[in-house]
Design a protein around this ligand. Sequence first.
Ligand code: FAQ
Length: 340
Amino acid sequence: MTAVTADTAGTTGVSGVSDAAVAAEQAAYETVFDAAVAAEERIEPRDWMPEAYRASLVRQIAQHAHSEIIGMQPEANWITRAPSLRRKAILMAKVQDEAGHGLYLYSAAETLGTSRDELLDKLHSGRQKYSSIFNYPTLTWADVGAIGWLVDGAAITNQVPICRCSYGPYARAMVRVCKEESFHQRQGFEALLALSQGTEAQHAMAQDAVDRWWWPSLMMFGPPDDESTHTAQAMAWKIKRHTNDELRQRFVDIAVPQAEALGLTLPDPDLRWNEERGHYDFGAIDWTEFWDVLKGNGPCNDQRLSKRRQAHEDGAWVREAAAAHAKKHQHTGKHGEAQA
Ligand code: FAQ
């Protein structure tokens, strides 16, 4: 079964064709689309797709892209104060990787008929979201380790299944993103391990960071399944492969033994192995805090957005110069520097 391409899609919008004929044609396309999804085929940009599928993907991919570029801020806060040249070089590379992830994701969203300008405008005006996690502050160097271990760890748990997303460009972008996130997660673990095994004060700093980042990391997976508006449809379309609660549980199960290896405690007195379920039980998440952060009331929401808007304004001359350069060379097809 091969999806119908936009080129082969026929009568829609042609004058003289009855509404019934258009409806029948739409139904036929929908049948082909559903069969392609059921057969685990990839939907590509030129294929016909339901408008709701397109809109849902733009929403999720845009939110994901915004998270990557806003997510550069909390860690960039520590580049100038990294404790050694080695840590500084690693952190700079990581923050640059996040910018790259944003670019792959904006490009994937553009294949759905939107533009990066439009998406950035929606981010800056608060009409599109970014991940709740990036509205928390990085108070000490240990927060950089905690973000790598927990936030990148949660991101990988969520994103590895997206490598099998039904939409081709999003799935392919995730393959490289996950490889890089995996490296980020390990550098965070290693940075925390060094602190945990260091002086008493360093150990306390690592523990304090884990205490502050643990619960917000669990919230990254989204609301509980019975409050998740998009999960059922996204799973039917094979955009999502698991529910929010399934992935959250998977993350807890992975994190608990890692915390033990680090010699750090997770701040949850209800955390214990449940032999019957074959999973760790964990305590109640404060969903009031989550929804409050989404409404813009987290500790850093205002700071993150105003810094992003400022960075966009400051970069206007770069966009103008790039556009002028492209225009100058559009007839010659030459983009390189003149050679002596
Ligand atoms: N934050 O119906 P659901 C990273 C919203 S990348 C804010 O369950 P869905 C890398 C949701 O949009 C982190 N909003 O939604 C990195 C919806 O509102 P809407 C980002 C949230 O889409 C590391 C409403 O709640 N990763 O960390 C959040 O089925 C270090 C109802 O929710 C991705 O975006 C939240 N946490 O499931 C970078 C992965 N959760 O849109 C720098 C791809 C939910 O109707 C440094 N995205 N909402 O207004 C996904 O997998 C999904 O979109 C979920 C949410 C799981 C995030």
